[in-house]
Write a protein that binds this ligand. Structure first.
Ligand SMILES: [Zn+2]
Length: 220
């Protein structure tokens, strides 16, 4: 079986996302790029996460052509492959229909910097796309329009969230942080009578992020 280890990672990240409550049923999809071959392991279309095994994961090339596997790949494969083709920093993609990120997608053009933790990892905020037509190149284009090189998260208008990382550990962490920030933001708006809540001061964000990038975690 081609890229068996990558396939297992796709299975595991689906279950992890399910446990975190950021995906439900068959919604959302995940993929991982093999740095050596450039091939992509992607979740199958329309299968509940607990039923997916490594054999169900599909291997596609960067144009979405199936290279190995007997299932139909995710209906959002064109989105994944377009991101991999145009954003070399992305090694893994987690796409969810997380509730609060989706709420934000219907009312704002960006999730503003509402939490310190979010700004450490993501900087000033998370952009929201224009409405993109799912399953078509237009959807991928709507994402590329707002994600720069190095960008780690995009909220999809009236749809959900897409998080990027060098691996699934990073992409899943980003998805979790954005959803938590979106939840706090929606609750803060409600608690504040719909007025914009206090945000992380813009002039502190760069400093915080730089310190995080240079000093977070254990040395060595
Ligand atoms: Zn979706």
């Amino acid at each position: 079986m081609l890229l068996a280890e990558l396939r297992e990672q796709v299975v595991r990240v689906g279950m992890d996302a399910l446990k975190l409550g950021i995906v439900h049923g068959t919604a959302g999809n995940m993929s991982l790029r093999d740095p050596a071959s450039g091939l992509i392991a992607i979740s199958p279309s329309g299968m509940p996460y607990p039923t997916v095994t490594g054999r169900d994961v599909v291997i596609v090339d960067d144009q979405g052509n199936v290279q190995d596997g007997f299932r139909k790949p995710s209906s959002e494969t064109p989105l994944h492959t377009m991101v991999y083709r145009h954003r070399p920093h992305v090694g893994a993609i987690v796409h969810t229909h997380s509730h609060f990120s989706t709420v934000v997608s219907t009312i704002r053009d960006a999730l503003p910097p509402i939490l310190a933790e979010m700004t450490l990892v993501l900087g000033a905020g998370v952009p929201v796309t224009r409405y993109g037509l799912t399953g078509t190149p237009d959807f991928g284009e709507s994402v590329l329009e707002v994600v720069d090189d190095g960008g780690l998260a995009v909220i999809l208008r009236n749809h959900g969230l897409i998080a990027f990382g060098k691996d699934f550990g990073e992409a899943l962490m980003i998805a979790e942080i954005v959803e938590e920030a979106a939840k706090v933001y929606v609750h803060a708006l409600a608690a504040n009578g719909g007025r914009e809540p206090n945000l992380v001061p813009e002039n502190r964000i760069l400093e915080m992020r730089n310190r995080f990038l240079t000093s977070y975690g254990q040395p060595g």
